[in-house]
Design a binder for this molecule. Structure first.
Ligand code: URA
Length: 215
């Protein structure tokens, strides 16, 4: 079980030793792009497992070389929805940790007129009754994550969890305002934003560091 810092019941800060090691590496400005990808993937494993720690399971049977053995499998589908493009950094880790995972994609961009997140691409498999994990590593204002949570609501999932690496309290509040039933899992709650909208201390631009694009 992950350790956690006490927070409102729908918000889980995963700060066990293993997760913190990977968080330190992605925060460090001297981490190479290759290592950033590797540690982001590991964060996907740890945060993904924390997000499904209380997933309903059903009892099944598997056959070992010596005969039948009791086993368990998820009782509900799990659907990951990375928000393009930074969310892709967590996806592979989740796929490794959760073998039954199916994946949708959501593209959001800032509408320069309204300054709100605007959806430009959505391809998400049916998710009725599923646990939907929205992958959005940096929850700064929470605008895109709130838009993602609203977007998946019409799929009638049983639970929506935003999986992030670093979040601010204002982002968490905005997500819970968009969907009071939503959950948020993060490796850190940072104090705030700078004048450019970056989380401080944060880790810089997650997408740029993941894909090696200039900031
Ligand atoms: N997006 C990022 O990648 N980093 C931030 O600090 C804020 C938003």
């Amino acid at each position: 079980m992950p350790t956690s810092t006490p927070t409102p019941d729908r918000v889980l800060v995963v700060d066990d030793a293993a997760t913190s090691v990977h968080l330190a590496r992605v925060r460090d400005a001297s981490t190479s792009p290759t290592d950033f990808i590797r540690h982001a993937r590991q964060l996907g494993v740890h945060l993904g497992l924390a997000a499904v720690a209380d997933l309903p399971v059903r009892e099944v049977e598997v056959t070992t070389p010596l005969g039948p053995a009791p086993a368990r499998e998820p009782a509900v589908p799990i659907v990951a929805v990375p928000v393009l493009r930074a969310g892709l950094g967590l996806l592979q880790g989740l796929q490794e940790a959760l073998p039954t995972l199916v994946v949708g994609m959501l593209g959001l961009e800032r509408d320069e007129e309204t300054l709100e997140a605007r959806e430009y691409y959505r391809n998400i498999p049916p998710a009725k009754g599923a646990w939907v994990l929205v992958l959005e590593p940096m929850l700064a204002t929470g605008g895109s994550a709130a838009a993602a949570v609203r977007s998946v609501a019409d799929l009638e999932p049983a639970r929506v969890t935003v999986v992030s690496v670093v979040a601010t309290q204002q982002a968490v509040d905005r997500i819970l305002e968009a969907d009071p039933e939503a959950h948020v899992v993060t490796a850190a709650l940072d104090p705030g934003l700078d004048d450019n909208g970056f989380i401080v201390p944060g880790l810089g631009d997650f997408g740029d560091r993941l894909f090696g694009t200039p900031g």
